[in-house]
Design a protein around this ligand. Structure first.
Ligand code: AMP
Ligand code: ZN
Length: 470
């Protein structure tokens, strides 16, 4: 167990040491459920998932908590616009979120606490802050007084300045100011009773209250996107440490953003894509996961359709290779000599070691993916040289599936298609024609194959077949 993580608290890569041996408390900021999650959000959730899978791969038992923000300015505004109750409106988008992450094989968190289900905990935290004079009341709410909290800015490095209090959750990014813990009731807005007056919570308080409720006053890892470093995570530290007097979180890890065609996603540019948009263009959700894994989580990533198509090719190539490995040794080929098998075992062991080193090094998924590809490439070479024995094939397959416990590409699910011999013959014929550069005839055969219910896609490891309906 030697995972290194880049900790934003120290701005260094550090060896991860849990508070309790063998256990990890992990809190990841989840969605504000007022719309469908976009592919930028999904990059963040894939990052959380890889972090969790890596810790589990290393043998830790992970308590993963992720919140659903189901009351804030945006959910209230848009539920009103839709003429729906806040609950009905946010529940719809919560379910859409769950459906999306399932498609990406993101392991479900241990708990998904909703803000509206934790008002009591938030009120209690605010009461403590008021008692400790770290918070004050104004005409429109209760605010956190950042001048009273010594450690303010320790995560993001922002300088505190005594600016006037702001009542919205919108901040200037360079300067810190007091922020709302509780907003007093406005007409037509949902509200809850509290000792300091009816109202609703500010955004930041929910993550302090819910993370500490489920993971304790000090816990191991807090994850989110870099945009949350300030003010959200900074404010969470102030609220939590202000109230408890203890360290809130030991490691803050933050994922970089996803851009689309070099630009920030925005409504006005019309470049906010959802998983459905990708599926409409013939992609499978796993193509996107493969694409995301191809970049380190602390590097900005640029989404383009071309890059997604390349990711698809890479992913289908992996599936092809696994199919070939399954078929290879049983195709009546001569089994390899023992000498070759020993060499193969050495190569596999080296790949396993390198894979572990890659993911332990601050979740280096591009490197881990490259090692998986290398291993399967090696298997393909053995097949071509008719040296792949059944035993080696089984070990390579097992290693690949073991790697996939971290990558989460669901390679296990792919068991290969039972393609009728007639179709297989056509595929082979088409390959011969392609090799002879007879493109037109090859295309004609592709159409014939399509009529028989299969789509052929060419990948670096050969043609990949799937039924027309999938
Ligand atoms: P929100 O629903 O806006 O609260 O965001 C949910 C999560 O998605 C947070 O962890 C954000 O940091 C993350 N996020 C938002 N936009 C992007 C983006 N373009 N790329 C990566 N992560 C993002
Ligand atoms: Zn949060």
């Amino acid at each position: 167990m030697a995972v290194k993580l880049y900790n934003y608290l120290t701005r260094k890569k550090e060896l991860f040491r849990p508070l309790k041996k063998g256990r990890v408390g992990l809190y990841a900021c989840g969605p504000t459920v007022y719309n469908f999650t976009h592919i930028g959000n999904l990059r963040a959730y894939i990052f959380d998932d890889v972090l969790r899978r890596t810790l589990e791969f290393e043998g830790y038992v992970v308590r993963h908590v992720s919140n659903l923000t189901d009351v804030d300015d945006k959910t209230i505004r848009d539920s009103k616009k839709a003429g729906k109750s806040l609950k009905t409106f946010t529940e719809f988008y919560s379910q859409a979120f769950f459906a999306d992450i399932k498609k990406l094989d993101i392991r479900p968190a241990w708990k998904y606490p909703r803000a509206t289900g934790h008002i009591k905990e938030m009120v209690s935290l605010i009461r403590t802050l008021l008692k400790k004079r770290l918070a004050y009341r104004t005409a429109d709410g209760v605010y956190f007084d950042i001048s009273k909290f010594r450690g303010y800015g320790k995560l993001s490095g922002v300088k505190k300045r005594q600016l006037k209090a702001v009542s919205a959750d919108q901040y200037e990014k360079t300067e810190a100011s007091d922020f709302a813990l509780w907003k007093f009731k406005k007409r037509g807005e949902p509200s809850w009773p509290s000792p300091f007056g009816r109202g609703r919570p500010g955004w930041h308080i929910e993550c302090s209250a819910m993370s500490m409720k489920y993971l304790g006053t000090t816990f191991d890892i807090h994850a989110g996107g870099v945009d949350l470093l300030f003010p959200h995570h900074e404010n969470e530290i102030a609220q939590s440490e202000g109230a408890t007097g203890k360290q809130f979180v030991r490691y803050f890890v933050e994922g970089e953003h996803l851009m689309v065609e070099g630009k920030k996603m925005s409504k006005s540019l019309g470049n906010i894509y959802t998983l459905k948009d990708l599926e409409k263009r013939g992609h499978e959700p796993m193509d996107f996961r493969y694409f995301v894994l191809g970049a380190h989580y602390r590097k900005p990533l640029n989404f383009t359709w071309k890059a997604l198509a390349a990711a698809r090719q890479g992913r289908l190539g992996l599936e092809n290779s696994l199919d070939r490995i399954r078929r290879g040794p049983s195709a009546g080929r001569r089994s390899g000599r023992l000498k070759d098998e020993n060499e193969a075992l050495k190569v596999i062991a080296a790949c396993e070691k390198q894979f572990r080193e890659a993911i332990e090094d601050d979740l280096n998924t591009p490197q881990a993916l490259a090692i998986l590809n290398e291993l399967l490439h090696y298997a393909n070479i053995l097949i071509e040289r008719e040296l792949l024995t059944k035993r080696t094939a089984a070990i390579i397959r097992a290693a690949a599936l073991e790697f996939d416990r971290v990558l989460g590409l669901n390679l296990k699910r792919h068991r290969g298609l039972k393609v009728p011999p007639r179709v297989m013959k056509l595929v082979e014929k088409r390959e011969d024609l392609r090799k002879a550069k007879k493109w037109r005839e090859a295309d004609r055969i592709r159409n014939q194959i399509r009529k028989l219910g299969y789509v052929v896609e060419d990948t670096p490891t050969g043609p990949h077949l799937h039924p027309t309906s999938s």
